[in-house]
Design a protein around this ligand. Sequence first.
Ligand SMILES: Nc1ncnc2c1ncn2[C@@H]1O[C@H](COP(=O)(O)OP(=O)(O)OP(=O)(O)O)[C@@H](O)[C@H]1O
Length: 369
Amino acid sequence: MTVLLEVDGLVKHFVAARSVFGRPTAYVKAVDGVSFTVEAGKTLALVGESGCGKSTVSRLVLRLIEPDAGNVRFEGRDLGALSANELRAFRRDAQIIFQDPYASLNPRMTVSQILSEPLALHDLVPAPRRRERVEELLRLVGLEPRFASRYPHEFSGGQRQRIAIARALAVEPKLIICDEPVSALDVSIRSQILNLLRDLQDRLGLAYIFVSHDLAVVKHIADRVAVMNLGGIVETADAEALFAAPRHPYSRALLSAIPVPKPQARRGRIVLEGEMPSALNPPSGCRFHTRCPYVIERCRTEIPPLLADGTGHATACHRTAELPSPGAIVPADGGFSPVLEKLVAAFSGGTEGAGRVGVDVSGTRPSAV
Ligand SMILES: Nc1ncnc2c1ncn2[C@@H]1O[C@H](COP(=O)(O)OP(=O)(O)OP(=O)(O)O)[C@@H](O)[C@H]1O
């Protein structure tokens, strides 16, 4: 295994309010101590609800914004210590594609111009050979070379995302951050783009950071998953291990909310109890404790560290050791709450007709300010 990217203790707080004298009086703790690694040629998915800090992590990794603390190392080199020239080279190695390809493609440029621009900017291909390279890039993403003279508005959403992928590939990157790359696409098109990304990874040895709130999508693409909640990672594991047995109560809630393909599978809905936390004023201790069915006193005051178990699975929960399987959970206060009972039954497969239990996290989006 070759580690391509190491993120260590990243922190980014945004000023949310200032006094009349301009002094910051409140901060949004968008990213608050995030660490992970990405292996060359592999996919790390960063998942969590909207507002948990995924996009801020992406911008920090690409050095589009400066962290308040922590560092990012790419191929062993600290990005914070790079010279202007080295940073330019890094900007070639690490690319990003966005949710809405239409917004990221210049509507006044033809596909040929869009794809030639990075080739010229980084002086990669001499002008007479650029047309050939553009056609090669289009073929690589499954588009016909004759499309080169067209404008973005002449394409469907899926085709536009292919153009955005081709543009990212033009500079021969080692890492692509895919920020919700299929969320804006029709469901029927999503798997085509996911398959394309996987195919390109196999052929070109690309690493991806795949940012998504959609675990059903992540399941198809990720090698490893990092689950984020309110600016911090609560669990990280190989994708297979996480989907087979999520450990953190928040991961369990997220996973149980994946749509069930079988219409006959009955679903209950559980609304996580507790007040809605905010990144502006996050809860003390474990940031999930206000919504966690397994909360104990310690969770309210002590931030649980992300502890690895030696198998590559790490969890930030004071009760990790007590939650080996959801069927063996010891209630915190001497009795199962109705919520916990349903959750236990669902995860241990105990209750007739329980099928899958959906935990409604939709109403609990952390507010920005
Ligand atoms: N430039 C900024 N100034 C102030 N607050 C910001 C800024 N950028 C992000 N935030 C806040 O930081 C928090 C994390 O935002 P971020 O966009 O990283 O989350 P996210 O998980 O990517 O969400 P989404 O999926 O909705 O994009 C949010 O509360 C957001 O409002």
